[in-house]
Write a protein that binds this ligand. Structure first.
Ligand code: NDP
Length: 445
């Protein structure tokens, strides 16, 4: 990294001790900015880089709640309002025991550039809690969500900060959160949250958007080589919202997804994933991947290793950060994988990213490939503001156009800065310059 950029990185590490994921996310972006700053030195003036790595506001709060047996629990809540240059803070809420300030900060930082790439006028933010919804009753999840929103409601609003879902936060949680917000504010501000139910302000295609968008991005990358997804074998990790709809779109485009996973292991189904069964197990029953295997002859559960051990043409990591390391990347490459599109946020470690870039395969970082979710959230906000509702085909058409535009912006920026085909540089440079130009226009704030 150039001196000026290296200094900013060192300051981030010194100021945010122990936040390894945040350091990792910042490093990746700053490294990409070397050629950008070399060509346009004004981006390093007026402490712009120092400002962009510092959240505008960090909120941390106590979330007390009562379980079904009457015992009191205390979790920690977070909302990081990172950057509002382009619009209200926008980004999901994650409920998972691994959540801490560093995780939320890395996700919020990534969100700035992702949201910029969508060109939908949304700033970057993220939030969540170390609460684990697994194994909790609906009533417990509801009481937790109500307590969480009691504090969060002071900080959010349709023009201020608009949270959505992420790991552990789906339609059920968004419903409880919205119900409590409405009660506290005595106001039906549908635009305060996205990922809502269709009967109360949600948008068609929001559920599918992240997974669909990831696969559409992979398809666009393949098109640059005159190829399609037709007939390709695909490894998917995760079995949540993103994974399920990545599998669905891959199947629609003629590919054959053969794996999915959760924290108990991964499933290989060489005949191709039975999507109806997977949805039944995961979306309806909230079960584990083993429940799929017990009902699907020919599939098997593997509890050691990762889905990346299975020979495929395309890999779609859709579970969580750092779930694909340098060894996994080497295995994928050795077995002929030529496309990686990230549905999850930062699922590949720096070593894996280096291996993909070194091998010159089609590799799309999450901030570009999974931007379809937040882009469709912005479409949900647009429908809420206009008190209107688009049909599925209209919303999907808009998502498809946005993903194509993000793809083309990445390609153009990678070419402009001298590394054609490098989607990491392309995404970071295109996302950064749009935010940076607006920050400069707004003055020192
Ligand atoms: P879900 O909660 O719906 O699903 C998460 C899936 O990943 C589950 O199968 C879960 O298994 C698995 N998983 C989570 N943490 C771990 C872990 N530490 N180890 C192994 N498996 C794990 O979340 P989403 O599908 O919404 O999110 C998945 C990824 O996509 C995340 O990185 C998220 O940030 C990203 N993303 C999501 C968007 C969205 O619109 N939902 C938008 C953009 C990005 P288990 O149940 O066993 O924990």
């Amino acid at each position: 990294m150039q001196d000026v950029v290296e200094k900013v990185y060192e300051q981030v590490v010194a100021r945010n001790r122990g936040e390894a994921e945040f350091h990792q996310a910042v490093r990746e972006v700053l490294e990409s900015l070397d050629p950008v700053i070399a060509k346009h030195p004004h981006y390093a003036e007026d402490a712009l880089l120092e400002r962009i790595v510092e959240p505008e506001r960090q909120i941390m709060f106590r979330v007390p709640w009562v379980d079904d047996a009457g015992a009191v629990h205390v979790n920690r809540g977070f909302r990081i309002e990172f950057n509002s240059a382009l619009g209200p803070y926008k980004g999901g809420l994650r409920f998972h025991p691994s959540v801490n300030a560093g995780i939320i900060k890395f996700l919020g930082f990534e969100q700035i550039f992702k949201n910029s790439l969508t060109n939908q006028g949304i700033g970057g933010g993220k939030g969540g809690s170390d609460f684990d919804p697994h194994g909790k009753s609906d009533a417990e999840v509801m009481r937790f969500c109500q307590s969480f929103m009691t504090e969060l409601s002071r900080h959010i609003g349709p023009s201020t900060d608009v949270p959505a879902g992420d790991i552990g936060v789906g339609g059920r949680e968004i419903g409880y959160l919205f119900g409590q917000y409405k009660r506290l504010r005595n106001s039906y501000d549908a635009g305060v949250l996205t990922g809502k139910g269709l009967a109360w302000g949600g948008s068609l295609v929001r559920t599918e958007a992240t997974g669909y968008g990831t696969v559409l991005f992979a398809q666009s990358m393949l098109a640059t080589k005159g190829q399609t997804l037709e007939g390709k074998k695909v490894a998917v990790s995760g079995s949540g919202n993103v994974a399920i709809y990545a599998i669905e779109k891959a199947q629609q485009l003629g590919a054959t997804p053969i794996t999915f996973s959760d924290s108990s292991g991964y499933v290989v189904d060489e005949a191709g994933v039975d999507l109806d069964l997977l949805k039944q197990v995961k979306e309806v029953e909230r079960g584990r991947v083993a429940d799929y295997v017990s009902r699907r002859p020919g599939s098997r559960l593997v509890t050691e290793g990762r889905p990346w051990d299975v020979p495929v043409d395309v890999a779609l990591p859709c579970a969580t950060q750092n779930e694909l390391d340098g060894d996994d990347a080497a295995t994928l490459l050795r077995q002929g994988c030529a496309v990686v599109a990230e549905g999850a946020n930062m699922p590949s470690t720096p070593e894996a990213v280096e291996a993909f870039l070194g091998a010159g395969i089609l590799y799309a970082p999450g901030k570009a490939a999974n931007a379809g979710g937040v882009a469709t959230s912005a479409l949900e906000m647009e429908q809420n503001a206009g008190r209107t509702r688009w049909d599925f085909a209209t919303a999907e058409e808009k998502l498809t156009a946005i993903m194509a535009d993000i793809h083309d912006s990445c390609v153009a920026a990678a070419e402009e800065y001298g590394r054609p085909g490098d989607y990491v540089l392309g995404a970071n440079a295109a996302g950064f310059t749009r935010v940076a130009d607006v920050m400069i226009a707004h003055g020192i704030v």
